[in-house]
Design a protein around this ligand. Sequence first.
Ligand SMILES: [Zn+2]
Length: 338
Amino acid sequence: MDSRQDVEFYGGILIPGMSDCHSHIEYSYVKGMIPRGGGLPEFIRSIIKIKYENATPDEEKLAAALKWSRKLHADGVVAVGDHNNNDYVYPVKQEGGIFWRTFVELFDVDGQSDDETFLDGLKRAEHHRTLSLPASVIPHACYTMTDGLMALTGGSAKAHCGASADGIVSIHYKESVELGGEKERERVLATLGENRDGVLLVHCIYANEGDIDCMIEKFGDKLTVVPCPLSNIYIENKLADIDMLRRKGVRIAIGTDSLSSNDTLSMIEEMKCLQKHLPHLPLEEILGWATINGAEALGITDFAGSFEVGKRPGIVQLENVDLKQMKLTDSSTSRRIV
Ligand SMILES: [Zn+2]
C-alpha cells in the first residue's frame, strides 16, 4: 500500500495563523459609505453621522460583521484585537474559530462625567468576561478624551471604586496632523500606565523618531506599533514611516481597521500594500509582523504565532507567490488549511 495516499500536497508557502491587531468589526455594515481621501476630521464627522442617523437595524449590522469575520477566518486569521462600542457584535465573538481580544473603547460622552463613562466601560468589559471573552477598557484617542478620562482608561489613575484599568491597552495614535497636535505624545506618556500588560499604538502615520524613542523608553518590549496600511491610505493617503520604525527596532504588527475605511478585511491585501509601497521589505519580515509579532502584541504566544511543539497556531497556505523573488504578486491569496 502506498503510504503517501493520505498525504495532501500543497504549493506555495505555509505560515502559522495570522493575527489582525486592529479592527472594528462592528462597522462592517459601513462598507462603501464614506468616500476615500477626505482626511481624518472629515472621516470622523462621517462616522458619527452614520452612527446616529443611519437606520440599519442591529440584525443587519450583526449579519455584516458575521460575514466578514468568517472571511477573516477562512483567510487564515486566528486572532483579532477588536475595538468595541456596541453590544450587537457579541455573537461574532462567541462563534469560535477566532480568538477575539476586545478593547472596550471609551471617549467623552456629552452630559456624562469621566467617572460615569469609565464605570460604564468597566461594566462592559466585565460583561465580556462573563461570556469568556477577554476584554480591557482603553482610551479611543487623545483627541476624544479629557485628561481625567485618559488617566482613568489609560490605567495611570488611582483605583476607581476598587478597580483600575488593566490588561492590554490599544489607542489610536498620531493618525492626523489636524487632530493630533504637539501634545499627543505628552498625553499618552502621562496617562498610559506601565502596569498595562501591553501597549498597542495604532496607525502612527505621523509618529516621528522622537515619539518612538520616548515610547520605547517608557514601555520597552510591551510596545507594538500597528499600522493599518490600506485604511491609512484610504483616509490620509499616507503610510507610517515604516523604515524608521524598523530602524528603531520596535515591534510592528498589522491591522485591517474596518470597512468604514477599507474595501476589504484581508491581511494578505495589507501585506501587498506594504510591499507595493516599500518594495525593499523582505517578505519574511512582513510575514513575521502578521504572525508572531501579532501574537506577541495580543499576548497569545502560548498557542499562536509560530510552529512550535505544544502550540496550535493554525496552518495557512499562501498561493501564487513569486518564490524566486520571494514576493507576493497581485494574485497572491491566503487560505486556512487548519
Ligand atoms: Zn481604529
